[in-house]
Design a binder for this molecule. Structure first.
Ligand code: ADP
Ligand code: GLC
Length: 466
């Protein structure tokens, strides 16, 4: 068989537009696929002009014709097609506009037109990601394009659904339209799920969880119906970006052999975040501050430890007002041991992974989660809720003492979090030797994209042979 060609479509690509982990995945996975012989390329919205114009295509939105401009660029050594035009993407933020549905409908349709018109390179697999590209699957099916589609669910909590007044923009046949309506709303996430040839989530555990009403966000019955084509493949992290040996952003580089240098990162981070340097554990958080992430409950749970000055806390994130305010209040109250930064800051994120002793990810749900893997890579021991990808990547001493690399708690409540924190603090304070084993186990674990890229390749091949 000739070289497999994969076009990966994503609303975010690190370096061009990133809000969360989707940007990291779209940046890293295609490169990992190329390293195992796949001709992988990316298509994404053009937020800023970067690249050379290669063509213009016409996109129909209802009765309107909108010109999509296609630019060719490169990211992480991978060809990247950028879709501009219509004034849809060069804005201050990536998401959060009233016309988000229309913006990604335009992108979804442009992808299909790109596949139809672009003759120099014909992919065999179209790899769609999250609701922003879910409707693409509907157009591929309705137009009978000779390509197989894989739809990856990164986060079921965002489905892009809108009321049916937007139906006139779709230009889809009725039989297909019927399939993408859910609870009387147009649902792009559902479109991706029911109309793609295969579906996967970004961890095995999450692929099971979403089939239950607790985690299904109203689509659990739809997911149970397609369970025969539903897979789970864990994400990796890009070792060229996340590596304490070579990281240009951290204060002092270190490895498993020079772990003592991590201390200097802790000192410098404490000074940058204006908290007292301390021998007590420093807990880091880097997160979108949304309900999903459970930071609100974590901040309640940690209060007692801050009062006693048992730990310090450094938090970087932006998001919903009530969580930001809670973080600010805690910082005001315990300013000598709490440093917060309410913004998006790549460099500071690296410094927190390197400078923290522990890293908290108390998510209500977590499809994969990259931050706990990055933390482990940097010898910061994660304390996580036992859900989704957190469950699949962190090993607790109670599960396996020798292989452990973090601490887990079951339910998202203050008592459960306090218990996990106490267990972690106890080891940190009283058994430094075992603490180091936890750190080294995390740093040595393989979270690279190699294994996962192979799993994607196997899935693509399976699709092509079916
Ligand atoms: P999600 O995609 O749900 O936000 P992930 O754990 O998959 O969660 O990915 C989060 C990514 O975004 C990580 O690379 C993390 O370092 C980064 N990140 C999150 N918040 C910030 C922030 N405020 N500043 C810098 N990086 C951030
Ligand atoms: C989503 C999920 C996160 C996952 C990321 C990349 O944003 O919330 O768990 O790691 O996508 O797949």
């Amino acid at each position: 068989m000739s070289r497999l060609k994969v076009l990966l479509a994503s609303s975010e690509v690190y370096g061009f537009a990133k809000v969360g982990g989707l940007g990291d995945v779209a940046y890293a996975l295609p490169k990992a696929l190329r390293s195992i012989g796949v001709d992988a390329r990316i298509i994404a919205p053009m937020h800023r002009k970067k690249g050379r114009k290669v063509g213009t295509i016409n996109v129909k939105l209802g009765k309107r014709d909108v010109q999509a401009e296609i630019y060719l660029s490169r990211v992480n050594s991978v060809p990247l097609y950028l879709v501009g035009g219509g004034g849809y993407f060069p804005r201050d933020r990536v998401y959060g506009y009233e016309d988000d549905f229309e913006r990604y409908l335009f992108f979804s349709k442009a992808i299909v037109e790109f596949l139809r018109r672009y003759n120099f390179w014909k992919p065999n697999i179209l790899h769609l990601n999250d609701w922003h590209t879910g409707l693409t699957a509907a157009y591929v099916k309705s137009e009978g394009l000779p390509i197989k589609t894989l739809f990856t669910i990164h986060n079921l909590g965002y489905q892009g659904d809108v009321d049916t007044s937007k139906l006139n923009l779709l230009n889809l046949k009725e039989d297909i339209t019927d399939l993408i309506i859910h609870n009387n709303r147009i649902n792009p996430m559902k479109a991706g799920i029911v109309l793609s040839d295969a579906v996967n989530t970004v961890s095995v555990k999450y692929s099971k969880e979403i089939q239950t009403s607790e985690f299904g966000f109203g689509l659990d019955s739809v997911l149970r119906e397609i369970k025969d084509k539903l897979y789970g493949i864990i994400n990796g992290i890009d070792y060229s970006v996340w590596n304490p040996i070579r990281d240009p952003y951290i204060y002092r580089k270190y490895s498993t052999k020079t772990l003592e240098r991590k201390e200097e990162n802790k000192k410098m981070l404490s000074s940058e975040m204006k908290i007292k340097p301390s021998d007590r554990p420093l807990i880091g958080i880097v997160s979108r501050l949304t309900h999903q992430k459970g930071i609100d409950v974590f901040l309640e749970a940690i209060e007692e430890f801050l009062e006693d000055r048992t730990v310090s806390l450094v938090l970087l994130g932006t998001g919903e007002g009530y969580i930001e305010n809670k973080a600010k209040a805690i910082c005001d109250e315990f300013s000598d041991v709490v440093g917060i930064s309410i913004k998006y800051d790549e460099v500071l994120a690296h410094k927190i992974y390197a400078g923290s002793d522990m890293f908290a990810v108390p998510s209500r749900y977590e499809p994969c989660g990259l931050t706990q893997m990055i933390a482990m890579r940097y010898g910061s021991v994660p304390i996580v809720r036992n859900t989704g990808g957190l469950s699949d990547t962190v090993i607790d001493p109670n599960e396996n003492k020798n292989c452990a690399r973090g601490f887990k708690f079951e339910s998202l409540d203050v008592e459960a979090i306090k218990k996990a924190l106490s267990r972690a603090i106890d080891v940190y304070e009283n058994d430094r030797e075992y603490w180091k084993i936890l750190q080294l186990n995390g740093m040595r674990a393989d979270f690279s994209w190699r294994g996962s890229a192979r799993k994607y390749l196997a899935l693509y091949k399976r699709l092509l042979s079916s």
